[in-house]
Every structure is written in structure tokens, then in C-alpha cells.
Design a protein around this ligand. Structure first.
Ligand code: HEC
Ligand code: HEC
Ligand code: HEC
Length: 374
């Protein structure tokens, strides 16, 4: 690290201390100076942990990215200390908010969680963002695939169009990558715009398939990730897809980018991986107690590029594996696949993670609670 960088780090730390100090002066009649010093120390130590582990979802300035809630809010700042502590220690069941406490199979000791709570309750978020940026950990811009207004308007003009349009919005973000933009099917998944499917399945049967998934296939159960209403809208959409075709609705195009294995693409993937994946999958993908190893023959040789792209883009519902499709461009995801693929030549057959789970991520019936659902 250059001298300038060290100085910048020192200055940023001083800035945080000064800003914190000003924030805390108001409370100083109730707090001894020693207590305030301890708090500043905790925040300073917590900020780096925050940057390395939390910014990827909650944002460099705690603003919340995609569907992750902000932490920089009066509501969160006003939460009871113990509630914040337990949320970080134990995670939130059935969401991607993982349990970080060592006692829950995570990676942080109580003291480290204390420091993170201090950041959430006392830090100046502007100063946090500066430090996170300095660490090179500011998450990439959010990329959102959107339906055009024209498409949505033409769907809304059909009978019961609002429900259909809501279904289509969910379909495009959650289902299209596997089932095709116009539900015509892909190499990964069958067509849903299909007369036989409609004839053979009642609405209840379709709803059950979407909610519960098809065991041991890429078709996950969506009841944890989608509401009943969203699933009902999807069922309606599948039932009436023909009408969309008949009305000439223009469907969005889902672009698939061929995997570019150039050294630049691999380097880009490696960088993205180190910023966004290592806190769960470990450095170079060797796995941690939070997530399975990816750097193993067992995973790499059994998983085609397209499937890897889908898993990274869509996440694994009912587990803490986030969907990155809303965050990264297709190009970014392709570079992650290129990076993982580049490890195949030297990957060990199977990697034992610290949970004792082998590389496949199928740890049913064991491991921490967030991996047990589904
Ligand atoms: C993979 C994305 C992800 C990561 C990484 C992550 N969180 Fe979360 N976090 C979430 C989501 C999603 C929720 C909302 C869960 C829910 O619906 O209750 C959440 C909720 C929270 C809450 C409760 C907020 C509230 O309004 O009740 C706190 C506090 C929190 N996270 C702190 C952290 C800390 C500290 C870290 C880093 C150690 C972290 N999170 C890492 C996704 C993430
Ligand atoms: C990661 C890829 C993937 C995603 C994402 C996905 N599916 Fe599937 N889906 C599949 C596969 C594979 C099957 C076939 C399973 C089997 O072998 O029976 C399937 C089957 C289905 C079926 C039954 C089709 C039939 O012919 O019986 C329905 C209905 C369905 N999916 C709806 C959805 C909906 C709605 C979504 C979005 C919420 C979705 N799927 C997301 C891969 C996926
Ligand atoms: C918050 C923790 C977390 C983060 C961050 C995370 N993952 Fe995951 N990932 C998991 C978990 C847990 C699983 C296993 C899900 C299951 O049980 O099937 C998983 C599974 C996977 C799988 C499938 C592995 C298999 O054996 O089937 C791939 C591929 C993957 N993740 C890639 C990534 C990439 C690439 C990133 C960064 C862009 C990433 N993950 C970030 C938690 C995470």
C-alpha cells in the first residue's frame, strides 16, 4: 500500500472520529468520555467489517440495494440493541439475511457483532461510504431489466389485466431466464406457453408446482420468495398466455451473453467474486460455514455454464444464496462464470467446508437453520 493510501485511510478514520465525536457531544452529559472513546473505537473497527460483509446488500452508505432494506434509517437506528445484535447473530429465517454469529454457524465472534451494531446505531453513513469506497468495496451499480410501458399497458388492457401485468413483471424477473422470454422454453426448462400444459393442469396444480417446485430439478419452490398473490398471478398468466400472443403483446428479449474466456473477462470475474462472493463462498471459492465450495470438480464438472448463469442470476430460493440478476449485468454474471470455469483445471475433487458439507450445497437435514428450509 502506498504512503498516500495509508494517509488517506488515516484521514478518513480521523474524519469518522470527528464526525462521531460531534454526533456524540449531545449525549456527553450522560456518557463518560471513556465510554465515548470505546464507542468510537467500536465504530471504527466495525466499518471495515461492514464494508467486507454487508455493503454488498445493504449498500456502501446503508441505503439498501435492490430488495434489501436500508440500515441507514431512523427506524433501524432506534431498534433495541439486542434486536439488532440478534438479527446479525441469528439472521432472519427464510430470507437472504444470513446468521453471522459463530454460535449459529457464522463467522463473527460476539465482539465483532458488537462493533457492527455500533456502526448501525452510531456511525455517520457518509463516512462509512467513504471508507467502504477506500477499501474498494463499493458494490457495482444495480442493473434492472425492465418491461416497457407499452408492453405493460397492452397487457393491462386485457380483462383482469392488472393481475396479468403483475404476473408478467414477476415472470420476467424470476422465470424468463429458464422458461424463455415468451415462455417458449429453453434448454434449461420446458415451455409454459403450451396447450398441453394448460389442458393437463388445473389452476391448483399449477399453483402447487410453482409454490413447491419439482424436487431435485432446477425448478425450486417459490413459496418462500413470492407471495400467494404473486403466485396466483403467475398461474393466471400461464393459464392465459395465449391471449397475450393473440393481443400481439411485445415481449422483452432476454439476452444471453456467450461466456468470454479472455484473461480480461476472467480478471473482471475474479474481482467481482472477491467483492461479492467470498464472504460466503470463501476466498477462491473454497467455501465457508455460510456457503458451499464452488472451487471443486464435483460442482464445476456437473454444472454447465448456462445453469451456473441461472443460479447466480436467480439465486437459490429458500436459502441465503441471493439472486444477483437484479444487481449485475449479464456481462458481469458471464465474467463470474468465466472466473469459476477457469478454476476447473486445478480444482480439487471435493472440498470439505467447515460445516463438513461437501461442495454440492445439498446439506439437507444438517447445517445451520438458514440452509435447512426447502
Ligand atoms: C445477501 C444480502 C445480505 C447481506 C450480505 C446482509 N444482509 Fe442484512 N438483511 C438482508 C435482508 C434481505 C434483510 C431483511 C430481512 C427481513 O425481511 O426481515 C436484512 C436485514 C437486516 C437487518 C434488520 C433491518 C430491519 O429493518 O429490521 C439488520 C440489522 C441487518 N440486516 C444487518 C446486516 C449486517 C450487519 C450485515 C453484515 C454482517 C448484513 N446485514 C448482511 C440482506 C443481507
Ligand atoms: C433455474 C431454472 C428455473 C426457473 C428460474 C424456473 N423454473 Fe419452472 N421449471 C424448471 C424446470 C427444469 C422444470 C421442469 C421440472 C421437471 O423436470 O419436471 C420446470 C417446471 C415448471 C412448471 C411445470 C411445467 C410442466 O411441464 O409440468 C411450471 C408451471 C413452472 N416451472 C413454472 C415456473 C415459474 C412460474 C417460475 C418463476 C416463478 C419458474 N418456473 C422458474 C426450471 C426453472
Ligand atoms: C449470503 C451468502 C452468499 C453470497 C453472498 C453468495 N452466495 Fe452463492 N450460495 C450461498 C448458499 C448458502 C448456497 C447453497 C444454496 C443451497 O443450499 O442450494 C449458494 C450456492 C451457490 C451456487 C450453486 C452451488 C451448488 O453447489 O449448487 C453458485 C454457483 C453460487 N452460489 C455462486 C455465487 C456467486 C457467483 C456469488 C457472488 C456473486 C455468490 N454465490 C454469493 C450463499 C451465498
Amino acid at each position: 500500500m502506498s504512503r498516500e493510501m495509508t494517509w488517506m485511510g488515516f484521514l478518513a478514520t480521523m474524519l469518522i472520529a470527528v464526525v462521531m465525536g460531534i454526533n456524540l457531544i449531545r449525549e456527553s452529559d450522560r456518557q463518560s468520555e471513556a465510554e465515548i472513546d470505546l464507542r468510537i473505537e467500536a465504530v471504527t473497527a466495525g466499518i471495515d467489517l461492514y464494508g467486507e460483509n454487508c455493503a454488498v446488500c445493504h449498500g456502501a452508505a446503508g441505503e439498501g440495494l435492490g430488495s434489501t432494506p436500508p440500515l441507514a434509517s431512523e427506524a433501524v437506528r432506534g431498534m433495541d440493541y439486542l434486536d439488532v445484535f440478534r438479527t446479525i447473530e441469528r439472521g432472519r429465517y427464510n430470507t437472504v439475511m444470513a446468521a453471522y454469529g459463530v454460535n449459529e454457524g457464522g463467522v463473527f465472534a460476539n465482539g465483532e457483532i458488537d462493533n457492527l451494531v455500533a456502526v448501525i446505531q452510531y456511525a455517520n453513513w457518509g463516512a462509512v461510504a467513504t471508507r467502504v469506497d477506500e477499501l474498494g468495496l463499493t458494490p457495482p451499480e444495480v442493473v434492472v431489466v425492465e418491461l416497457t410501458d407499452e408492453t405493460l399497458d397492452s397487457v393491462r388492457s386485457l380483462p383482469d389485466g392488472d393481475a396479468l401485468a403483475s404476473g408478467l413483471e414477476v415472470y420476467v424477473t424470476e422465470c424468463a431466464a429458464c422458461h424463455g422470454a415468451n415462455a417458449e422454453g429453453t434448454t434449461l426448462a420446458p415451455a409454459l406457453n403450451d396447450a398441453d400444459l394448460r389442458a393437463l393442469n388445473t389452476d391448483d396444480a399449477l399453483t402447487r408446482t410453482i409454490a413447491n417446485g419439482v424436487p431435485s430439478t432446477l425448478m425450486a419452490g417459490w413459496d418462500g420468495a413470492l407471495t400467494r398473490e404473486e403466485i396466483a398471478n403467475l398461474t393466471l398468466l400461464i393459464r392465459r398466455w395465449e391471449e397475450l400472443d393473440a393481443a400481439g403483446v411485445e415481449m422483452p428479449v432476454i439476452e444471453t451473453v456467450p461466456i468470454d474466456m479472455s484473461p480480461e473477462a476472467i480478471a473482471q470475474g475474479e474481482w467481482l467474486f472477491s467483492v461479492t462472493c467470498t464472504q460466503c463462498h470463501g476466498s477462491a471459492g473454497y467455501g465457508t460455514p455460510l456457503a458451499p465450495a464452488l472451487n471443486s470438480q464435483q460442482f464445476l464438472s456437473n454444472t454447465p455454464d448456462a445453469a451456473m448463469q441461472q443460479i447466480i442470476s436467480l439465486g437459490v430460493p429458500g436459502t441465503v444464496m441471493p439472486a444477483w440478476g437484479g444487481r449485475f449485468s449479464e456481462q458481469d454474471i458471464a465474467s463470474l462464470v468465466a472466473y469459476l470455469r477457469s478454476l476447473e483445471a486445478t480444482a480439487p475433487a471435493i472440498v470439505e467446508t467447515q460445516t463438513g458439507a461437501a461442495g454440492s450445497g445439498t446439506t439437507q437435514g444438517q447445517g445451520p437453520p438458514w440452509q435447512r428450509n426447502n
